[in-house]
Write a protein that binds this ligand. Sequence first.
Ligand SMILES: [Cu+2]
Length: 256
Amino acid sequence: MAGSTSARAGALLPERGGSPNADRIAALYTVVLVLAALVFAAVVLALIYALWRYGERRNPTPSQSHGNTRLEIAWTAAATALILFLAVFSLTKLAAIDDPDPAAASPAAVAAGVAPSGRGTALHIRVVGRQYVWAYYYPGGTYSYGEMVAPVGVTVRLHIVSLDVAHSWWIPKLGGKFDAIPGYINHTWFRLERPGIYRGQCAELCGRNHANMLAQVRGVSPADYVAWLTQQKRSLLVAGEAIATAHATAPITTSP
Ligand SMILES: [Cu+2]
């Protein structure tokens, strides 16, 4: 499709820079990747050293060894320390990735009436997946298809559902994937730091047109969000009236 870019994870690291939860996922991933790379390099170097030092040429009569207490204690302690660090680091990050950002809405957002002042307040948007489009329901009953419009500086809590099969909500820059499963409501959140277009797509094979089930979040200022909401409500009313008029004035035909 011309002009449509599907969501891509970064080449080496997850995308970041859209929302705090995505940044924390990227930080967690980076730390684990770097530690794993260091351990891998150390093991490979030790292996190469052993091949060189204890090969037939340098060590024609194989030397016998019966354990090395200091070495064994050292690698056991190092591995334990590494695992403990990874466990504590992951668990602290996971909580912050999972829990909606408790920061208060920005003054601009409070002024625009998007969210009340005070910590822990949020804007709630329902995300509805169906073959093959995402719909969004905003406070007050306004809705949109394909693109969600969201204000910056506010924690946005998403309530994700599906009307038919399993889908998965995924905007890489705004956090992890969240399944949309019929009969369940899944929750996630994001908090936009700056305006922009955040692209994504359904991340669960959901049928023939799964690849076209794109998703997009457009981040705008709180004032622009309120203006858009008003305009969208009006457009939906006009469209509804046009449909009602078309039904009311359609010629009546009787079946033969
Ligand atoms: Cu889907």
